[in-house]
Design a protein around this ligand. Structure first.
Ligand SMILES: [Zn+2]
Length: 372
């Protein structure tokens, strides 16, 4: 079964949800049509001329990229101005482009979780929480004998998750009353007569993003013409997502050894570091890409060392003054780890859905820097 571009987008956005993205980040489908058929897709960290040539050569219909092609709003679509020139090339080649950027940085299992895993960190937590899922309580009144069907419908749509427990609901029996009026066709009772019916009050917890589907499926299987239900906003804390991670190394090591560890784990040609080489490090903060803005959070989290990319001279001086070491593993070096993860995820989703989709990992090294 062939797949449409919109399906790949849905899969990606179930993982890297758009609401996780920073404001103004140009994520999503950037070039092409949601209805485009996709037989083959190419996964890359970013789009360059070489990547587009590669996508054409392998016959890809869609490029899935971590970095968006556009940073600022386009004012023209000229083929002689970067980055519109690349968009023109993609359009001419009939190749769509989708990007998951800061939403994939923040997503569970995204860039920063992968980076933490690659560096062997344990007890990993968020460095900065930027999004907390809202939770709701859904209460529905169901005539006896229909409770299991209604409960199943709600739980299969994502209701009833508490930690690693699924199907969490509570029910209590009571008596419901109603009087069907003129023009109704009641499941139980007669028009104009007050009815007293044995009902069950079923309640369960639902995250905001699942709420519409839970209500829709609940109403669809409920036997009543007018379903009595309530939705309450909760003050319970939902799942948090955010930028960067902080964790600890299984064993303490010197900063110099740790810098070598980062280089080896990320398969890099070189890393730079800031701090005394003999300093002992144990607690490690990290954020892939260009994230010196999180330095204060790394300090606050008690990190001995902060791993990121794109460290500038004055940022390095600030880190020294604040007593935190830095390892600059490069923007490309800290983010390319996500490319095989995207490919593996999409392959898995396509297989699960029985779709005929080939996923190719780009072989182009898009890092613009070389080391001597
Ligand atoms: Zn980046």
């Amino acid at each position: 079964m062939p797949v449409e571009c919109r399906t790949v987008i849905d899969w990606m956005q179930e993982w890297a949800r758009p609401e996780f993205a920073e404001e103004g980040d140009r994520i999503g489908l950037l070039v092409g049509s949601p209805s485009q058929r996709v037989k083959k897709l190419l996964v890359t960290l970013e789009v360059t001329d070489e990547v587009i040539a590669e996508a054409s050569a392998v016959g890809a219909d869609l490029v899935v990229s971590h970095h968006p092609l556009f940073r600022d709003p386009l004012t023209s679509l000229r083929d002689d101005l970067y980055p519109a020139s690349l968009a023109c090339k993609l359009v001419k080649a009939g190749i769509a482009l989708f990007a998951a950027h800061t939403n994939l940085d923040a997503a569970p299992g995204g860039v920063n979780d992968i980076l933490a895993e690659r560096l062997g960190l344990i007890d990993v937590e968020l460095l900065l929480s930027t999004h907390e899922e809202k939770l709701y309580k859904v209460v529905v009144f169901v005539p006896e004998g229909h409770e299991d069907e209604v409960r199943r419908a709600m739980c299969s749509a994502g209701a009833g998750w508490i930690g690693n427990y699924s199907d969490c609901t509570f029910q209590v029996a009571g008596t419901g009353t109603f009087r069907p009026l003129e023009g109704t066709s009641p499941f139980i009772g007669e028009t104009g007569r007050l009815e007293k019916v044995g009902e069950l009050r079923i309640e369960t917890i639902v995250p905001e993003r699942k709420l519409p589907e839970v209500l829709q499926r609940m109403i669809a299987v409920h036997p009543y013409e007018e379903v009595a239900y309530d939705v309450y906003p909760l003050k319970n804390r939902g799942k948090e997502t955010g930028l960067g991670r902080v964790g600890r190394l299984p064993e303490r090591m010197t900063l110099a050894t740790f810098a070598g560890h980062v280089k080896k784990c990320l398969e890099l040609d070189a890393v730079r570091f800031v701090g005394e080489p003999d300093k002992t490090v144990s607690r490690v903060a990290l954020c892939g890409g260009s994230a010196m803005v999180l330095l204060q959070h790394a300090v606050r989290a008690g990190a001995d060392v902060y791993v990121t990319g794109d460290v500038r001279h004055h940022g390095a001086l600030e880190a020294m003054a604040r007593g935190i070491a830095l390892v600059d593993a490069g923007h490309y070096g800290t983010e390319r780890v996500v490319v095989p993860a995207i490919a593996g995820y999409l392959e898995g989703r396509a297989k699960e859905a029985g779709c005929d989709l080939e996923v190719v990992i780009s072989r182009v090294k898009t890092d613009p820097f070389r080391h001597l």
